[in-house]
Write a new protein. Structure first.
Lengths: 726, 364
């Protein structure tokens, strides 16, 4: 059954658009040759969507660059990359000269990069980017601009407005879509996308994927979609190739891979991803980390992390085995055993199995937000002489209680005000109006000395801590971990002896899994991985013995496989330290995993307002607000035959918070909106379906009885052009 | 002093938040008015300071003038009233008036362009400075533009050839030329080009016997200006080139350059419109500050080449304790710096679109 040594190919070659044979990318370094792509062979079929999945540092970006011979110097590419043109001719990509390469790129194969934020010249209007591309390839400019206008409208942008904008005037999601339009400008046959959505929030990711599907069909594209996020690509792709340690380990049709993946790594990846369906207890992180390109393990490179590994795996490199399905191949000796030995979490059904750990929450809230508003002024007026300055309504009239041992997950897309709400709740941001109370005392009154309470501001400050999104920049790079952790204790508990202080730090470091603690404490931040840095940040927050920790997208920067591990640890620490969390995320699945494990709540935010709040499982399984439903839609499912429903939004981009829409703020995008929504704004009220869960509240007329004016007003759907932004 | 001015300026770039294009123009107007108001206020404060200096300096201009007018034996027969009239003529201040009246009088004369009378030259200060101004602007302006142009080109080439022998040797030379004070270079130039080889005249602005605006006259002007310009340019190379090199290397690593290259844009366009344009941006403000500092920077240079520009007169004024001339030059330099900074701020939006608004905030 073994196919030729470490190569993968299929018989039918006429429908193959790109063939790669033994392609390697290597860097010469002082410590030796670093092979970041190791003799990979893969055929890409015409008009398919091929997903390439791998952890960070697995060589997936190198594969993308190699296809266009665009590996950045001093990297070198070897092997054969053959491009079969539609007219039957074949191009050997690696032997093209500069001028041929210039024509090949973008006309035949174009590429969308990871960093769309930075893919445009900041001093050139968007239109300039289109025109210069057309000119460089001797295309007719007027015709090309017409095509550009068409393409931009297809990706839900207002062509005229976008073309005359500078890059900085567009949001991240807009830029990414402009980049897709730009990459299709010269009508290429292949589109290579390297983590095109990684920096965007989930809703935008999913919206872009949906657009991509339409574009692929309309322009007969072959799409290569490279990502670390298996569920994301699973819905989109026809086939998936899994890359581990610079080699493909499994290739196959997406349904095969999801249902009968036979490489232990693929199965582990599938189990490491939190979704809305999987039982919480079955998610597990992958132990260990991916190998260094200079020091790849012998034999099967996955053997150090593989539960099935034996002597043979260590000594011998496995060939590709074909499984029962023709097109599905696996590079593992034990592929037959893998299916039975490693069960897939998403195969189990959820119904009835949601085991919620009852939190031991107190009656008295730790934090109370009372009619909290945070508005930012655009401070551009001249001594207040001229006119209105503009107000950004970041957080608007929010009431909320947080109890001891509570978990509140705040969910929403970028720009909805969730970070501002989080910061205001732990008194890092002074509210414009309203109160934040800590155990009954208005925090800002205490700070200003207006309060009669004998509680000091510094005690409150200590009780409310934060973990930032980016663990790298929240640690001082010039200080050893020990010093970073010591300084807050020195400040707050100055009478503590050095020995006590250190033993406390070492104890905590060990608890968060950084062992040996003494050694970790002597390291500098750059000597730690992202996950380890985040643990240090968590340790620093915990040292203060806080009552509330604000975790602001604390796991979003981590690799998928590390997220679950980090969240598990935070939850176990809650039991130990009696801490409450405010967990901010754009990912409903993470929020569910985190809040759901201990019976916490999920609050859904949109443009400064909470539109739905309730117990985690209740909000996920029984969402009431259309926006919650949209967020749920945006959370990819591990389900290959996901329904091809249309985008459940009338408008992809979130409106400008400077001037929020009247009535219900969601009405401009809501698929259910009626004229009533434009006029009146629904209040956050307990849901009306009589399921007895009083804590579940929603702000939507849909939840109102039939005699509500909403039901008799007109639908808003086709009123304004759905392809236009604003 | 200049640090203080720069702080005022740089404050303006903070505080931008997302606003919509239609309001942009409206806000821009606020900002412009505010910026100009700040500039006027700065000039006002400086002139007030100059008034205070005249009044308060021990052994200051008042005493000096009185001593000069009374003569060496201090017994002069000049009566007090005549003395005060003299002082008023020279300094726009009548010592007998109450302080506030003196202040109002001084400020109103300065702002109407009357800087008083130079003691040394016995001519109105404004007249001297106005006559010297074009010459300094001519010499220093050309020198400055040349320096910047060469530095930018040099820095960009060095960045493109990063790590090559050219880059390394130019970096080395740049560091040397940056560490040599320009007057050392100027004196060496004077020694070789004027005195040893007699290629260029050692001083003055133009051959005074020629009629203005004839061909010979223009050639003579250029001939006289060559050495000051050359010495200023050659020694000015280096630090600017190193800054440009750093900026360019940063831009060369940007994704948009990589994407541009993949899109098949010609190298020339990438070098000019992508690398050059974006690498020059951070240097624009420093160019404007340098323009403002032209008069201050010309002091030693013009003295060495005995080139009667603003700097030369400033030097003479210091030596001769000609306070009114000194004050005039001082105010002139201040105004030049302030005006250039305002122009830099107001025009920065034209070359960098991002400076106009704040852009959208990605993180809520």
């Amino acid at each position: 059954m073994a196919v030729t040594e470490s190569s993968y190919s299929t018989g039918s070659s006429e429908d193959v658009i790109i063939e790669t044979h033994d392609v390697s990318v290597y860097f010469e370094m002082d410590r030796g040759t670093s092979k970041v792509l190791d003799d990979v062979s893969l055929d890409i079929y015409r008009e398919e969507i091929l997903g390439i999945v791998g952890e960070s540092g697995s060589g997936k970006s190198m594969f993308a660059s190699a296809l266009l011979d665009a590996v950045v110097a001093p990297g070198k590419t070897s092997g054969d990359i053959l491009y079969h043109d539609a007219d039957g001719s074949t191009i050997d990509v690696l032997s093209l000269n500069q001028e041929e390469l210039r024509a090949f790129r973008w006309e035949k194969v174009s590429m969308v990069f990871q960093g769309a934020m930075d893919s445009f010249n900041p001093t050139l209007r968007i239109k300039g980017h289109f025109i210069e591309t057309l000119k460089a390839h001797d295309f007719d400019v007027d015709e090309g601009l017409e095509r550009a206008t068409d393409l931009l409208a297809q990706v839900y942008l207002d062509p005229d407005r976008v073309l005359s904008s500078y890059p900085h005037e567009l949001s991240g999601g807009m830029k990414q879509r402009v980049l897709i339009a730009l990459s299709l400008l010269l009508d290429p046959d292949v589109l290579v996308m390297d983590e095109p959505t990684a920096a965007l929030d989930l809703l935008m990711q999913r919206s872009i994927l949906r657009l991509l599907e339409n574009l692929q069909q309309r322009y007969d594209l072959t799409v290569l979609f490279i990502t670390h996020d298996l569920p994301l690509v699973a819905e989109l792709s026809d086939r998936v190739a899994v890359l581990y340690a610079f080699q493909f380990v499994e290739v196959g049709p997406v349904s095969e891979l999801l249902e009968r993946s036979s490489h232990p790594y693929t199965r582990a990846l599938l189990n490491a991803v939190p979704t809305l369906q999987t039982p919480l207890s079955d998610m597990e992180p992958i132990e260990g980390s991916s190998p260094d390109p200079i020091n790849v393990p012998t034999g099967c490179s996955y053997h150090p992390r593989c539960p099935l590994a034996d002597e043979r795996c260590i000594g011998e490199e496995p060939p590709f085995y074909a499984t029962e399905h023709d097109d599905h191949q696996t590079k593992c000796f034990h592929w037959e055993d893998a299916i039975s030995e490693i069960p897939l979490a998403h195969h189990k059904s959820t119904t009835g199995s949601s085991q919620i750990v009852e939190g031991k929450q107190s009656e008295e809230p730790v934090l109370t937000l009372d009619n909290l508003c945070v508005h930012f002024e655009n401070n551009n007026s001249f001594l207040g002489l001229f006119g209105e300055s503009q107000t950004v309504f970041a957080v608007d009239e929010i009431d909320l209680d947080l109890y001891e041992n509570d978990i509140l997950a705040i969910v929403g897309e970028s720009g909805c005000g969730k970070t501002t709400l989080g910061k205001a709740s732990i008194a890092l941001q002074r509210p414009t109006s309203g109160e934040v109370q800590y155990r009954g005392d208005d925090i800002w009154a205490v700070k200003d000395g207006r309060s009669e309470s004998d509680r000091s501001y510094s005690a409150i400050r200590r009780a409310l801590q934060i973990i930032h999104q980016d663990p790298g920049s929240s640690l001082n790079p010039n200080q050893k971990i020990l010093r970073t952790l010591e300084s807050p204790i020195k400040h707050w508990k100055s009478d503590m002896s050095q020995t006590d202080r250190r033993s406390q730090i070492y104890g905590l470091l060990e608890y968060v899994g950084l062992t040996p603690a003494e050694e970790y404490a002597q390291r500098y931040p750059h000597q730690l991985s992202g996950g380890e840095k985040q643990r240090v940040a968590l340790t620093r927050a915990l040292l203060m013995n806080p009552e509330v920790i604000l975790a602001d997208e604390a796991v979003s920067a981590l690799d998928v496989s590390l997220r679950v591990e980090m969240m598990d640890m935070m939850i176990s620490l809650q039991n130990m330290f009696d801490t409450s969390y405010i967990f901010i995320s754009h990912d409903l699945a993470n929020a569910r995993y985190f809040a759901g494990s201990v019976g916490g709540r999920i609050a859904v935010m949109y443009l400064g307002e909470i539109v739905e709040i309730g117990p985690a499982e209740e909000v996920i399984q029984n969402p009431k607000h259309p926006y919650t439903k949209v967020l749920k839609w945006s959370t990819a499912e591990l389900d290959s035959d996901a329904s091809q429903e249309e985008l459940p939004l009338r408008n992809i981009d979130i409106p400008d918070p400077v001037n929020p829409p009247s009535g219900c703020r969601f009405h401009t995008r809501c698929p259910e909106a009626r004229t009533e929504c434009r006029v009146n704004s629904p209040k956050l009220e307990a849901t009306d379906d009589g399921d007895g869960i009083e804590a579940h509240q929603v702000a939507c007329f849909l939840d109102k009885p039939r005699d509500h004016p909403y039901w008799s007003s007109d639908q808003l759907v086709s009123e304004d052009n759905p392809t236009l932004v604003e | 002093m200049w640090g203080f001015l720069t702080t005022i300026t740089s404050l303006e770039f903070k505080g931008g938040k997302a606003f919509k294009p239609e309001e942009e123009h409206y806000l821009c107007m606020h900002w412009t008015v505010k910026r100009i108001f700040q500039a006027v206020f700065t000039v006002y404060v400086v002139v007030t300071l100059s008034f205070a200096l005249i009044r308060l300096m021990p052994g200051g201009p008042m005493d000096y003038l009185r001593a000069t007018l009374l003569g060496p034996d201090q017994t002069g027969t000049v009566d007090r009233e005549r003395l005060n009239r003299q002082i008023e003529l020279y300094m726009n201040i009548n010592p007998d008036q109450p302080l506030w009246e003196q202040y109002v009088q001084y400020m109103s004369s300065v702002f109407t362009g009357d800087f008083g009378q130079s003691i040394w030259f016995n001519r109105p200060v404004a007249e001297i400075l106005l006559e010297a101004l074009p010459w300094t602007v001519f010499v220093m302006g050309i020198a400055l533009l040349l320096t910047f142009a060469i530095n930018i080109a040099l820095g960009a080439i060095m960045a493109y050839k990063e790590g090559s022998r050219f880059d390394i040797s130019m970096t080395f030379l740049s560091i040397i030329s940056t560490s040599i004070p320009f007057y050392v270079g100027a004196i060496l130039f004077l020694l070789f080009f004027s005195f040893t080889w007699e290629l260029f005249p050692p001083g003055s602005r133009v051959n005074a016997r020629l009629d203005p605006w004839t061909f010979e006259w223009i050639m003579s002007v250029l001939h006289h200006a060559t050495l000051p310009i050359l010495s200023s340019v050659l020694i000015g190379l280096g630090s600017g080139a190193l800054i440009m090199r750093g900026n360019s290397i940063q831009v060369l690593g940007k994704d948009y350059l990589r994407v541009g290259r993949l899109r098949g844009l010609p190298e020339g366009r990438l070098a000019l419109r992508y690398v050059g344009r974006n690498a020059v941006l951070p240097m624009y403000t420093s160019l404007m500050i340098a323009i403002g500092n032209v008069f201050g920077g010309a002091v030693v240079l013009e003295e060495i080449f005995t080139y009667p520009g603003v700097g030369y007169y400033l030097f003479v004024a210091v030596e001769a304790r000609d306070y009114m001339l000194l004050m005039g030059a001082f105010i002139l330099i201040t105004v030049a710096v302030v005006v250039c900074l305002v122009v830099a701020d107001l025009t920065y939006g034209l070359i960098d679109p991002r400076a106009k608004g704040g852009g959208y905030d990605e993180h809520a």
